[in-house]
Design a protein. Structure first.
Length: 622
């Protein structure tokens, strides 16, 4: 990939981090925030959403484009779904627990809380909210974090409701699950102080650490999302949505810088060629009897083939602007928004069953000559017209360089077009929820994860690696609960990090193990009722049958504790079977006999006890 001088290009970037809070109930109702299996839905209902004007009589451009695609939105409801989630009842007051966590986060980000939290409506008609808008409230402003490349300002902290989870996308609509709708979410927006891909990643990692330090945020895939705003001096601000992994952020920024540089180069080339976008033309007659499956299929179904001449675009529509993505891909993304499968263009034709003769006839039909390109769409007539017009509009913006827009992150670090940038016209006051006075002085500042790592080393004697694993791990609160009860810290840390990891690798259903399961097993070991060697077997029993208690799992695994007399009997039996080896090697036989003795006891006895007895018995005979 090309190395860029980001200072020279004038890179400016900022982050928007969305983190779900781990509260007992949702933001505007008393429903639980637990994730549900869509297969457990008890019923469903459908809606069609349409944009409304703001208080100033304006329509948001992003919402308007979304409304051009008529889609049915289906919502899966559960036994816990309430009327607020279905938008059949007004929202309740802003959740107190969520407010407290948001104020903790504000303190960690060195932000100034507002006096009152006022709830606003943010117009969203992609179906992810049953009401057609998302409720959001400003909590704090004017903070900062430190990075190795300098400070990054934090513009604002918002407390808002999470959207519904997409379950399935269909040609005519989308199915959403209501279990996630309304989960409290904080949105943290930095100032555009970031000027390198590496600083963007470091800033996100720092904010993520601060969020997890509260101990009150959800963990796992989809619970935190990073949006990245990127622009260069001659380009435009582009918002990239849905970056799921922190280690993607620097690559996303690099790729977006490269895309904008390529688009600016294309703009210069188009200007030199005096390029222009022509009028949309129906070219169905050109493809009568075509061998192209896509085009022939559309025509056979009564559809059309529409085309737009791109004068001076020859060779540029097929030019790569990101790995495996071209200017033509950008045109295709816009066409797809209106239901088309994509576009064909003459930089890639003849191909896909389209012949050289058909390409020549196509160019003649739209008056395109040498140095020109043509883009076409084959679909039902309405879709073909809307899609080619969208592709033509995107081609027009290529003459200006980089369009301001919202894009989606792909797994490989590239991006795809989603919609125009939203404007202020989509935000207006929520009249059903009264303002709330905030009380930041009553909020306790949590210990940072970096501070926990240092404390775990000093207080519990954990090595640096294990201390970091525990502090940053999702079971950190359970570790602290265990050591508060007097359970050995090294044992607790090893069980939660090493033992569970090994079980997961062996395909044991570790996700079925609750905190009470794990704490119960630790208590049994601490009380001498279960040998450490039997922990793995007991955890496997609990994972296979989560209804069991730790004590019942010990019985199921056949690991009920044995007396010291039973241990001695088992050890004596092992020593007598290997009397000749003991006589010849003395304590040199210890290691081999220890394994045999532990195997005979099958994890029923603590290894230290077995070791002490075995040493005694060997010494008696040597």
């Amino acid at each position: 990939m090309t190395a860029y001088d980001y200072d020279d290009l004038g890179l400016v970037a900022g982050l928007e981090i969305h983190q779900q809070l781990d509260t007992a109930t949702k933001l505007f109702c008393q429903c639980p925030t637990d994730e549900r299996d869509p297969d457990s839905a008890t019923r469903s209902f459908s809606r069609y959403l349409h944009p409304t004007k703001s208080e100033l009589g304006e329509l948001d451009e992003a919402a308007l484009e979304e409304s051009r695609v008529e889609r049915e939105f289906e919502y899966l409801a559960y036994d816990s779904t309430c009327l607020v989630e279905e938008d059949e009842e007004p929202p309740h007051r802003l959740d107190a627990e969520a407010r407290e966590v948001a104020l903790q986060i504000a303190e960690l980000l060195d932000m100034e809380p507002v006096d009152q939290a006022h709830v606003m409506r943010k117009l969203v008609i992609d179906g992810s909210n049953t009401s057609g808008f998302q409720r959001t409230s400003l909590v704090a402003q004017d903070g900062r974090i430190e990075t190795s490349e300098g400070p990054v300002g934090v513009e604002d902290l918002l407390l808002e409701e999470e959207s519904a989870q997409r379950v399935e996308e269909r040609e005519d609509g989308v199915t959403f699950s209501l279990d996630r709708l309304g989960v409290p979410l904080v949105e943290i927006g930095t100032r555009p102080d970031i000027d390198s891909p590496e600083q963007a990643r470091e800033a996100a990692e720092t904010i993520g650490m601060l969020l997890r330090s509260t101990g009150s945020v959800k963990r796992g895939l989809g619970t935190i999302r990073q949006d990245v705003n990127v622009s260069i001096a001659e380009g435009a601000r582009v918002e990239i949505k849905g970056v799921q992994a922190l280690d993607q952020i620097d690559e996303i920024v690099r790729q977006e810088v490269g895309r904008q540089v390529e688009l600016l180069d294309i703009r210069e080339e188009l200007h030199e060629r005096d390029a222009a976008v022509g009028d949309v033309v129906d070219v169905s007659e050109v493809f009568e009897g075509t061998d192209s499956g896509v085009i022939g299929g559309a025509l056979a179904d009564g559809g059309s083939v529409t085309a737009v001449p791109l004068y001076g675009f020859d060779g540029l529509v097929g030019r790569e602007i990101q790995p495996d993505r071209r200017l033509g891909t950008e045109l295709s993304d816009h066409a797809k928004r209106h239901g088309a499968g994509g576009i064909f263009h003459t930089d890639e034709l003849p191909a896909y069953g389209v012949t050289e003769a058909e390409v020549e006839a196509l160019c003649d039909a739209v008056n395109a000559g040498e140095g020109d390109a043509v883009a076409i769409v084959a679909a039902d007539t309405e879709t073909a017209e809307l899609a080619i017009e969208a592709a033509a509009e995107r081609a027009e913006t290529a003459l200006d360089g980089v369009p301001e827009e919202t894009r989606g992150a792909n797994d490989d670090g590239t991006t795809r077009y989603l919609r125009p940038l939203p404007g202020a016209a989509r935000m207006y006051p929520e009249t059903d929820v009264p303002p709330v006075e905030l009380a930041p002085s009553a909020v306790e500042t949590p210990e940072l994860l970096t501070e926990k790592v240092e404390r775990y080393q000093a207080e519990f004697g954990l090595d640096a690696g294990l201390a970091e694993q525990v502090a940053y791990g999702r079971r950190m609160p359970l570790f602290e609960r265990a050591v508060d009860e007097g359970i050995d810290a090294t044992f607790a840390a090893g069980l939660l990090e090493s033992t569970l990891t090994e079980l997961r690798r062996d395909d044991v259903a570790v996700a079925e193990l609750t905190d009470e399961h794990l704490l119960g097993v630790m208590r049994l070991v601490e009380d001498g009722e279960l040998a450490k060697e039997g922990v793995t077997d007991v955890l496997e029993e609990l994972a296979a049958d989560p209804a069991l208690t730790a004590e019942e799992a010990v019985e199921e695994a056949g690991l009920s504790g044995v007396s010291e007399a039973d241990v001695r009997d088992a050890v004596v039996d092992v020593v007598e079977r290997n009397a000749e080896q003991v006589e010849d090697e003395g304590m040199g036989a210890f290691s081999g006999l220890m394994g045999e003795a532990m195997g005979a006891l099958r994890g029923k006895a603590d290894g230290e006890v077995v070791s002490d007895v075995l040493r005694e018995e060997i010494q008696k005979r040597s």
